[in-house]
Design a protein around this ligand. Structure first.
Ligand SMILES: [Zn+2]
Length: 234
């Protein structure tokens, strides 16, 4: 993967054994060109040039969505999301666990933010979502896999970069820990979406038909995620 530049549009090129090139805007706003191995660099420049309007339009849309991104502060009263609901933060002195959700509050051990360094607090939240996520998402996958008609492998909840979920050829599933900040209905959509990739790896009509069989209102949920996804962060 290397950085390229077509005049003022910075983009990255990933070459692979694919037949045609396409352009995608990643969740972090980067422009990515996925191209066949054989295609020359100049041809990629041409493709980006030809799609200039589309790229600008989509980048503008991406900036709109990300303008809503929340910068959270780790102090008393700040809201943190869990399953679509916001819970206020309470810094506590004595607590064996770094972070607990108790009596409608996220109780965070004060020493994790005392030095003004919030990395330890972020880690505590991430680990909380991963632990709870593994339990809940496993339960949702077990519920939906028979409905989709597939057999899943191992389930992991972890840092997944720009993706909400991914599946491997042997049926193992990974989910981003940020899923646990979204409402249950959205988690279900992410689960069903990923399970349907066992039938179809791409996003063709055949794929969406499979999703539709299990979740007829998936479009609203997909739209919710598109609009609110950037706000799901700690
Ligand atoms: Zn997908």
């Amino acid at each position: 993967m290397k950085a390229k530049n077509s005049k003022d549009i910075p983009y990255k090129v990933i070459r692979s054994r694919r037949a045609t090139a396409d352009i995608i805007i990643e969740r972090d706003g980067r422009v990515l060109v996925r191209a066949p191995e054989s295609i020359p660099d100049e041809r990629i420049e041409d493709i980006v040039e030809a799609k200039r309007y589309w790229i600008y339009k989509n980048l503008a849309e991406w900036r709109d969505l990300n303008a809503t991104r929340v910068l959270r502060e780790y102090r008393n009263g700040e809201g943190f999301l869990y399953l679509g609901r916001s819970y206020r933060l309470l810094l506590v002195a004595d607590q064996s666990e770094p972070l607990l959700l108790k009596n409608g509050r996220f109780c965070l051990r004060r020493d994790l933010v005392d030095e003004g360094a919030i990395e330890a607090a972020k880690v505590a939240f991430r680990e909380y979502y991963i632990a709870r996520g593994h339990e809940r998402i496993t339960q949702r996958v077990n519920y939906y896999a028979p409905k989709v008609g597939v057999i899943q492998g191992d389930i992991h909840v972890r840092e997944l970069g720009n993706r909400w979920a991914s599946c491997s050829p042997n049926g193992n599933l990974s989910f981003h820990w940020k899923c646990m900040m979204a409402p249950q209905t959205i988690i279900d959509y992410i689960v069903v979406h990923e399970l349907c990739h066992f039938h179809h790896l791409d996003h063709t009509n055949a794929f969406w038909n499979e999703v539709d069989k299990v979740l007829p209102n998936h479009r609203e949920r997909k739209e919710w995620l598109r609009k609110n996804g950037a706000g799901l962060d700690v």
